[in-house]
Design a protein around this ligand. Structure first.
Ligand code: FUB
Length: 344
């Protein structure tokens, strides 16, 4: 993925204007998926490293190898690092690139969902289990059957049904699955993408099986509509889905939020059920320093919080990011107020 120009950024000034500070500074962390388990906030982020892999538009430089779990008593509290909980060497089917994970709980067991490239260079999604939200997690020997692409996010609906949302274009390979099988033809991030005036590629959603180790159904498209009920177009780059799906419920409505990738926004759309369709409503987060933007939204003690990341601590190195948190608010009709990550 290309860099955004950072030549003219004064990082002292930028950090002074940031609405929040990195949650930890002893590691680089990104893509924070936050949940409340056992009354505490647990965060499941990517663990960024510099593996020395050259930059490209497929994100090969995001060459992460393990995950740590973090927790905090409340959003202003000290963050506890529970240490490494899963390493790629312990995942039999995975070769490289442990990207954005998520976690969920069922009947006292905890499930960590994670994307990685298999030994054929294809992103799949795996699951690992633990008796504790802090891990360590034991991976299943195989990736989830029929899984593909990246960025799993699991949403528990009505305390009963579990849905996985996933997908990402460019390096996330979603465009290579348009016919239902992986299309190896052609190089680069743009081959197999729809034309600008065609409906945009959609994130996917699938209900999980009772044991949460597999899909209970074929993944379906998460359709995003514009204000006229028309599916967003691929060329609508400031609104169409790119990666980083997340779902939460607020006042009975389902909020599907996501990154627009190359235009660097976190946006959202609202629907009436977990499958959608969802109608585009606006921006949650304006661009951060660093190419990627990836978030989660969680309610804690009656307030809502946006967990996100930026590359301010590494002074703009796109694959060395830091997770952050800030409060998220709604207006009287349930629209999310846009957050500027740096005060103007
Ligand atoms: O962290 C690697 C990738 O960068 C994630 O999977 C994407 O969502 C982007 O944040």
């Amino acid at each position: 993925m290309p860099e955004k120009p950072i030549d003219h950024i004064d990082f002292n000034e930028l950090n002074a204007k940031a609405v929040s500070k990195p949650l930890v500074t002893h590691l680089f962390t990104a893509d924070p998926s936050a949940h409340v388990f056992e009354g505490r906030i647990y965060i499941y982020p990517s663990h960024d490293i510099d593996a020395g892999v050259p930059f490209d538009d497929l994100g090969s430089h995001f060459a992460m190898e393990d995950y740590h779990v973090f927790s905090m008593e409340h959003p202003e509290a000290e963050v506890v690092d529970h240490g490494p909980v899963l390493h790629i060497r312990d995942v039999p089917w995975a070769e490289k690139q442990l990207w954005a994970p998520d976690a969920t709980e069922k009947d006292g067991s905890y499930y960590l969902f994670f994307p990685a490239k298999d030994f054929k260079g294809i992103f799949r999604i795996g699951v690992a289990t633990s008796g504790s939200p802090a891990g360590p997690f034991i991976p299943q020997p195989q990736a989830i059957k029929n899984s593909f692409s990246i960025d799993p996010a699991v949403f528990k609906d009505n305390e009963v049904d579990y849905y996985m949302y996933f997908g990402g274009i460019w390096g996330g390979q979603l465009q290579r699955w348009r016919t239902g099988t992986f299309n190896r033809e052609g190089d680069g991030p743009f081959v197999h993408l729809p034309a600008a005036d065609e409906p945009a590629l959609c994130a996917k959603v699938a209900k999980l099986s009772d044991d949460l180790l597999g899909f209970a159904e074929e993944p379906k498209d998460v359709i995003l509509l514009d204000e006229n009920g028309i599916p967003l177009r691929q060329g609508d780059t400031e609104r169409r889905f790119f990666e980083a799906p997340w779902v939460h419920r607020y006042n009975g409505k389902y909020y599907f939020s996501y990154s627009t990738g190359d235009t660097h926004y976190i946006c959202y759309a609202v629907g009436d059920n977990a499958y959608g369709p969802f109608t585009y409503r606006g921006r949650i987060l304006n661009p951060v320093v660093g190419w990627t933007s990836h978030h989660s939204i969680v309610e804690f003690a009656g307030k809502w919080y946006l967990f996100y990341h930026d590359s301010s601590l590494s002074e703009g190195i796109t694959h060395l990011r830091s997770m952050k948190v800030t409060e998220l608010t709604y207006d009287e009709i349930g629209d999310i107020r846009t957050i500027d990550p740096y005060h103007r």
